[in-house]
Design a protein around this ligand. Structure first.
Ligand code: SF4
Length: 360
């Protein structure tokens, strides 16, 4: 897979003749989401489904303006656990979803204390899937354990990612996450689990998450640029970067080097050199910077109010390849994380940029 094609596809997406050609997709949810889950040359990729994309698929090949790119495309099949329901009638699909081909993902609390319009992250649609009736507001530990068991037994999922909307409490949602982790560990003691939350007010919550059985953690800052943080994340951007740094350092102490990650979005107006320099600092402290292009998603304030557009592929390519080179220089591989987005890699082109660098 060529890295520049992978970056291009991450931004421009793929036009499918029939949306059911990507039976595993998500239309809204926590963070910058809106994608179909496909295998590009056998590697999991979450790519925008875009009816205006120049990329199409024919006979299992990726075409650009009708010409064969040489890249193979396969859909991730609809998992069998989607056909089940809990005893009280909740479809499993509303409790947790398949990401890429082998990751089970759930948002344990689908509401966020920062969702008022003046506070909301402008790229986020966490409550839209709730409004659309596609999920439930709070998943219980027992529900998540039940679905994880089925997804493991029926569909062979190999890791679980649990994220949460931010709660009002000092723990920022970490306590409920820990309860959910414990419940899953009871039924699947060996399943690697990543948790994702904001820096908790009491850093002891990080130890609690690890003690519960989580083996990786994502503490997602999205941008290290103060102006971008305040413009794009007026609520979350008010959390000082010093709090993030303290949480990352404690998380590295508790979870270990390269078991901590953070999303860094490209396309929020930050300086690319500063973005790369910030990513290198994170790598040096043991935190994996997961580089993802900003995706304009209908239903978000970024698109519906601000008219934001996707970043230029050349900018994404440059930042991604430079960060991939720094990761390689430090021997930091996403696949070495026990679970989570860095381990999965489908939402980033870092993996293909690393391979391209390694091959060159
Ligand atoms: S990178 Fe994270 S959000 Fe993207 S598909 Fe993988 S687990 Fe899901």
């Amino acid at each position: 897979m060529t890295a520049d094609t992978r970056v291009d596809v991450a931004i421009l997406g793929i036009r499918l003749a029939d949306p059911s050609d990507a039976p595993v997709a998500r239309r809204a949810g926590a963070g910058p989401s809106d994608d179909g889950h496909l295998l590009l040359d056998g590697v999991g990729a979450a790519v925008p489904l875009n009816p205006r994309s120049p990329y199409t698929v024919s006979g299992g090949k990726l075409l650009l303006d009708g010409a064969d790119t040489g890249m193979g495309v396969e859909a991730v099949a609809r998992p069998r656990f989607y056909d089940l329901r809990t005893a009280d009638g909740v479809p499993y699909e509303q409790i947790a979803r398949l990401h890429s081909s082998n990751v089970l993902a759930t948002t344990v609390v689908q509401t966020c204390v920062r969702y008022a319009e003046a506070e909301r992250c402008r790229f986020c649609a966490i409550e839209e899937s709730l409004r659309a009736g596609a999920t439930v507001a709070v998943k219980t530990p027992a529900q998540i354990a039940e679905v994880a068991r089925a997804a493991h037994d029926l569909d062979g999922i190999t890791q679980l990612v649990m994220t949460t909307g931010t709660s009002n409490g000092r723990d920022r949602g970490a306590t409920h996450l820990a309860r959910c982790v414990r419940a899953v560990r009871e039924v699947l003691p060996d399943l690697p689990i990543q948790v994702q939350c904001e820096p908790p007010g009491d850093l002891a919550s990080l130890q609690e998450l690890h003690d519960a059985g989580a083996r990786s953690i994502g503490i997602h800052v999205e941008s290290l640029d103060e102006a971008a943080r305040l413009a794009w994340m007026p609520g979350k951007g008010s959390v000082p970067l010093a709090d993030y740094r303290a949480a990352w350092a404690e998380a590295v102490r508790v979870f270990g080097w390269n078991q901590v990650s953070t999303y860094l979005l490209v396309g929020l107006g930050e300086d690319p050199d500063e973005l790369v320099a910030g990513a290198v600092e994170l790598i040096e402290m043991g935190v994996y910077p997961f580089i993802v292009p900003f995706r304009p998603l209908a239903g978000t304030l970024a698109v519906d109010v601000d008219g934001a557009v996707a970043p230029r592929p050349a900018d994404v390519y440059r930042v991604t390849t430079e960060v991939a080179a720094a990761l390689r220089a430090h021997g930091m591989l996403g696949s070495d994380q026990a679970a989570g987005c860095a381990a999965c890699g489908a939402c980033s082109a870092l993996g293909s940029c690393s391979s391209a660098e390694a091959a060159s």
